[in-house]
Design a protein around this ligand. Structure first.
Ligand code: GAL
Ligand code: ZN
Length: 658
């Protein structure tokens, strides 16, 4: 199977989405000149080119793309070639309105934007396949081609009749019989029993709370239906070019695609990352997305899109201050990225994204943004050979899975304030601030490589995943588990006793009597810290140590944090500093060490291969002490005993050669 290495060949890919169809061809010449200037070695072409290539049904306008690919190739720039199937041309919606998605309440989603296709539509799939076939036939042998990029951010949803029929087929292969489906969905509740398959619909707009198991299955189905669109195109391009790796770009922490399942279908895992420059936690957020994507990839991965500065889709869109683009870019590389690409190369003058930043902004080649881009390009060229294809070691894994996420978003739950992604981020932050590098893992995955495993919040945990946790702890692993975990089975049916009995045995809990979610801004006192968001009325079975108890209030004296051997249960969300301390303590007991001891606040240290990356997320210069002598690849100087990092400063340190 081809891999990212086939495209990078020992470099870091640097470039971005390139939409030359938006520009007269004179501009192309300027583009390649500037690309060379900036060290760009990769452009992603074709993402939104469907209407240009196929202006009317069946037409093929490839001449412009021929000229473009030849031009960039002549300038040493490789091409990540996209199938343009995420934005069908207007003629498709006009001629075949059934290809347009319908919302939960039946209204049609029109063309005029993008991603307006029904993943279940055979007509859409037929046109997409035909175009993919011709694209692969025409460019499969082009020397510029390095990676296939299928579609773009698969994120459409549909509730139409075609989808209903497709959903029924999916359900019948999952459950075989209607009795099984009725049982899994608990349709005895509220008179929802289905008597024939034909009665079953996607969860459309309804009077009151919809069946949560039906919603869960519809989310599973939608992820699978989109994946069928992906694999159909992937199979076509792979038939033409078995040696060229294939990817589709994820939106990170996006509920619509089970990224673990999708990643298994990709040669290269890529993701689009847009942390908010205004968010003080954005550095950690970027680290978390990198850790997740690296784990899904099982190795090097691609930043397929990031922004040099502002985006255009927040309420207020802030640019990146000088240095921040570079800091986050090198942070992604530190955490395993072998490609740093932007949306987009040249800022559009028209259309919905004319205020979205780009590598060449409206300010042009003399603008601050392009200067910074050039610097990053030059630095990637300096470190590429040493860093590319190397491994980021981690002794900790955070469990994260889409079934659990989906089950935690349903209506009618104990607290709508509980946000699955925010909990993941809170726990990851605890490790990040302790200087501990972590992977993510899918529930049920083999955990034997890790000294410590964290489960921030997995409401739904199937039997197999539960067994892996039990076996992991029996085998000596340290498990730290957050609240409201193991509450539901694979069908989202509540486990008796308020938590899976095997897990209760692991943590020394006899019964979970009640869940006591907390209002916003309300905290609960515990020994040595305050809990937020949630608390639980636990009856211990006497086999565990109470690490901290609730103090005051209804739960006074009951355990808040339990520890039985190497298994910890945390029944609230400790405030950030307390969570950091708790995870740090569990890590120390498990023999997990930070990458570097005694780092100043806001400085991140990550090891990748033989290199040590130091990243200053603060705006004031800091001095970092180093054990021994190191060589800074970026400055070409030796660092003896310490290194000074300026505002948003980065050092990439290698061994001093003897
Ligand atoms: C992504 C998308 C790009 C561009 C970008 C803007 O979602 O793939 O085409 O729209 O966002 O931030
Ligand atoms: Zn549809």
């Amino acid at each position: 199977m081809p891999s990212l290495h086939d495209a990078t060949r020992g470099r870091i890919l640097f470039g971005g989405d390139y939409n030359p169809e938006q520009w007269p061809e004179e501009v192309w010449a300027d583009d390649v000149r500037l690309m060379k200037d900036a060290g760009v070695n990769s452009v992603t072409v074709g993402v939104f080119s469907w209407a240009t290539i196929e202006p009317r049904p069946g037409a093929r306008e490839f001449d412009w793309l021929d000229r473009l690919l030849d031009l960039v190739h002549a300038h040493g720039v490789g091409v990540v070639l996209a199938t343009p199937t995420s934005s069908p041309p207007p003629w498709m919606g006009a001629l075949h309105p059934e290809t347009l998605p319908r919302t939960e309440d039946g209204s049609v989603v029109s063309y005029g934007s993008r991603q307006h296709f029904c993943p279940s539509s055979p007509v859409y799939r037929r046109y997409a396949a035909a175009l993919t076939e011709d694209l692969a036939a025409r460019y499969g042998d082009h020397p510029a081609l390095t990676v296939w990029h299928i579609n773009n951010e698969y994120c459409t949803h549909c509730w139409c009749d075609e989808t209903a029929a497709h959903f029924r087929r999916w359900l019948s292969s999952r459950y075989t019989t209607l009795d099984r489906l009725n049982d899994a969905w608990g349709t005895a509740f509220w008179s929802q029993r289905y008597d024939t398959w034909a009665e079953i619909l996607p969860p459309r707009r309804a009077q009151y709370i919809r069946n949560p198991a039906q919603e869960l299955d519809f989310k599973r189905f939608t992820s699978d239906a989109l994946m069928e669109c992906y694999t159909a195109e992937r199979d076509i391009v792979t038939r033409h070019t078995p040696h060229i790796p294939v990817t589709t770009n994820f939106m990170p922490l996006w509920p619509g695609q089970d990224a673990w399942a999708w990643a298994e279908q990709e040669d290269v895992v890529s993701v689009d990352v847009y942390p908010d420059p205004k968010d003080p936690g954005a550095g950690q957020y970027n680290a978390m997305l990198a850790d997740m994507t690296r784990s899904q990839a099982g190795g090097p991965w691609m930043v397929m899109e990031q922004a040099t500065g502002t985006v255009n889709w927040r309420t207020v869109n802030h640019p990146k201050p000088t240095g921040l683009n570079r800091l986050w870019s090198l942070q992604s590389v530190a955490r395993g990225a072998d490609a740093l690409c932007y949306f987009q190369w040249r800022q559009s003058r028209q259309g919905a994204e004319k205020f979205h930043s780009a590598m060449v902004s409206h300010a042009g080649e003399h603008g601050r943004t392009f200067r910074e881009v050039k610097r990053i390009g030059a630095e990637l060229a300096l470190i590429g050979a040493e860093v590319s294809d190397t491994v980021v070691p981690a002794e900790v894994a955070v469990l994260h899975g889409w079934d659990a996420w989906w089950s935690s978003t349903q209506e009618g739950r104990p607290s709508s304030l509980v946000s699955y992604p925010e909990l993941l981020q809170a726990w990851h932050r605890g490790l990040w601030e302790s200087g501990i590098t972590t992977d993510f893992a899918r529930p049920g995955a083999d955990l034997s490589a890790y000294r410590m495993v964290l489960v921030p919040h997995l409401q739904l945990l199937d039997d197999a995943a539960t067994e892996t946790l039990v076996a992991y702890v029996r085998g000596g692993g340290t498990l730290v588990c957050g609240f409201f975990t193991g509450v539901a089975d694979v069908d989202d049916r509540i486990r008796p006793g308020g938590m899976d009995s095997r897990l209760r045995g692991l943590f020394g809990i006899r019964t979970v009597h009640e869940w006591w979610p907390l209002d916003a801004d309300v905290t609960v006192e515990c020994d040595g810290f305050r809990g937020t968001l949630w608390s639980e009325e636990l009856e211990p079975d006497g086999s565990a140590e109470t690490v901290a108890a609730y103090r005051g209030g209804e739960l006074d004296g009951l355990p808040a944090v339990l520890r039985k051997g190497t298994a910890w249960y945390v029944s609230t969300l400790p405030e950030p500093e307390a969570l950091r301390a708790l995870l740090g303590r569990a890590a120390a007991d498990a023999g997990v060490r930070p990458v570097l001891e005694g780092l100043p606040a806001g400085v991140e240290a990550v090891r990748r291969g033989g290199l040590l990356f130091l990243l200053n997320h603060g705006r004031s210069p800091v001095e970092v002490k180093l054990p021994g002598r190191r060589f800074d690849l970026l400055t070409g100087t030796e660092a003896d005993g310490g290194v000074e990092l300026g505002r948003y400063g980065v050092a990439v340190l290698g061994e001093v050669s003897p």
